[in-house]
Write a protein that binds this ligand. Structure first.
Ligand code: NAD
Length: 500
């Protein structure tokens, strides 16, 4: 059986013999084992990072950017291999897997411009003979803990800006699909990154806790489910680190009576069911305004769902593939049952779906609920599967209140032809990322990504200039260069500032 190992610059004093199964979601069998590390592996990686980081931080930013340019070329040259590797462990179809790599690569492209992004501020003559300037310096060592659902994009979101700004970085990818992150780290090294600047350690809670407690790690970026995000945030902050911890989501799509319903159905088919619903920016809740809109939408949605092709991840015709493992499949199906028990109407039931020749694969057909109510547990919690829940609203105000009052606040979308309603919605909704006739409003790499409420803990978003800010500390220098003569032009001018 294949073993997936850490990528480290130094040998640990001891090694853990714990492993975790990596499944083939198409077939349902174990395809590899991933090594799970602990304190000893982390200590060795941190020592190597500490040894390498000062020289990397002292390397001028255009040279650091050149590594990013080279890495971009290598990822593009290896796109097919990366997408196949990712899809084989995650289960998303190849087109989605390429999108996963591509959206990460766009952050690397942003990092190619790091010399510009790192420029500080300067004020000449802030006082007599006094200038003030600021610079951004790296935190030192950063760590990233990533979820299973974007095994290429999210590691690149994190290590790109961390490394470009002069940090060393330790990546702890999801143990469910670790091969693609390992390959990305290898490609960074091939691109010319010095040993010790990027390492990949596999593990579970034991490794995460070791990272959160290690005194030499200055910043931790986490993406995963909300309870764990909250835990990571609290423990990391208590240990004196800077932490950003992105959590779960339950994104709503508001459909106004004037929306183009055929377009909405197309958008929902991709946004609710694509990647088997395993996206934090999926759209699993649709809120039609008015019963007439709801009835028309439901009528159009059912045949669109029947036309969806669920297939193995290498099937070019498939709209989506299996979910990541058997436990997750069970969890999604349990939520469907909860929805039924709570009294929502299950219009299309995706449970019990099997694919001929792949009977043990982790497939779930698309499901649609109607008449879902805000007090139902299945509405309040994240399902993270191919399940669309329809919550009917009578008015715009009622629709606006639903995502605004929900515990999660990652993304939201409104579908309408009315610019005034869209503008009003975007201004007032209590959610971090908003789409106007855009079902999955993931901001481009030079803007930043981050939700509100229980979708993100910490103040600084991922990527764009927020990524640069997260991975650096600002130092501000106030300088004065008296000329040393008794009659120097600024001799008497320097006055100690007072509070008066
Ligand atoms: P997860 O929380 O199970 O795992 C995330 C990471 O935490 C993994 O690296 C895992 O090894 C580690 N981990 C697991 N259990 C832990 C524990 N008890 N203590 C410490 N660390 C632990 O998440 P997942 O299932 O891999 O990913 C799906 C979740 O991620 C969904 O909730 C999804 O919404 C969320 N997500 C959020 C965003 C965002 O930007 N807001 C993006 C992608 C995914």
């Amino acid at each position: 059986m294949r073993t997936i190992s850490h990528v480290m610059a130094a040998k640990p004093a001891s090694t853990s013999d714990r492993t975790s199964d990596v499944f083939d979601p198409n077939q349902g069998n174990v395809q590899a084992q991933v090594t799970l590390g602990g304190q000893a592996e982390l200590d060795a990686a941190v020592d190597a990072a500490l040894a390498a980081q000062p020289a990397w931080a002292a390397t001028n930013p255009q040279r650091r950017a050149r590594v990013m340019f080279k890495f971009k070329e290598l990822v593009e040259a290896n796109m097919d291999e990366l997408a196949a590797m990712l899809s084989r462990e995650h289960g998303k179809v190849i087109a989605d897997a390429k999108g996963d790599v591509q959206r990460g690569l766009e952050v690397i492209e942003f990092c190619c411009g790091i010399p510009h992004a790192l420029k500080g501020e300067y004020t000449q003559g802030a006082g007599p003979g006094i200038d003030v300037y600021s610079m951004r310096q790296p935190l030192g060592i950063g760590a990233g803990i990533t979820p299973f659902n974007f095994p290429a994009m999210i590691p690149m979101w994190m290590f790109g800006p961390a490394i470009a700004t002069g940090n060393a970085f330790i990546l702890k990818p999801s143990e469910r699909d670790p091969s693609c992150p390992v390959r990305l780290v290898e490609l960074m090294l091939e691109a010319g990154l010095p040993e010790g600047i990027l390492q990949c350690l596999h593990g579970d809670k034991e490794m995460v806790d070791a990272i959160l407690d290690h005194p030499a790690i200055g910043g931790v970026s986490f993406v995963g489910s909300s309870d764990i995000a909250h835990y990571v945030y609290q423990r990391g902050v208590a240990a004196g680190k800077r932490v950003q911890a992105m959590g779960g989501a339950k994104n709503h799509g508001i459909v106004m009576p004037d929306a183009d319903l055929d377009q909405v159905v197309t958008d929902l088919s991709g946004a609710a069911f694509g990647s088997a619903g395993e996206r934090c920016m999926a759209l699993p809740v649709v809120v039609p305004v008015g019963d007439e809109t709801a009835d028309r939408l439901r009528e159009k949605m059912i045949p669109a769902m029947e036309a969806l092709r669920v297939g193995i991840s290498t099937d070019d015709e498939a709209h989506y593939g299996p979910v990541v493992n058997a436990a997750h499949k069970q969890r999604v199906e349990n939520w469907i049952q909860t929805g039924v028990d709570e009294g929502a109407e299950l219009v299309v039931d995706g449970r019990g779906f099997t694919l001929q020749g792949h009977e043990e694969g982790f497939f779930i057909g698309p499901s649609l609920f109607d008449h879902v109510k805000p007090d139902m547990e299945s509405y309040k919690e994240e399902i993270f599967g191919p399940v669309l829940q329809m919550v009917r609203a009578k008015t715009f105000e009622e629709a606006l209140a639903l995502p605004s009052q929900h515990q999660y606040g990652n993304g939201v979308a409104i579908f309408t032809r009315n610019g005034h309603a869209a503008r009003e919605f975007a201004h007032r909704v209590n959610v971090g990322m908003v789409g106007i006739n855009v079902p999955i409003p993931v901001p481009v790499a030079y803007h930043s990504f981050g939700g509100w409420k229980r979708s993100a803990f910490g103040d600084i978003n991922q990527h764009g200039m927020e990524g640069v800010r997260f991975w650096t500390k600002t130092k501000t220098i106030t300088q004065r260069w008296p000329d040393g003569t008794a009659s120097g032009d600024n001799k008497d001018a320097f006055v100690i500032p007072t509070m008066g």
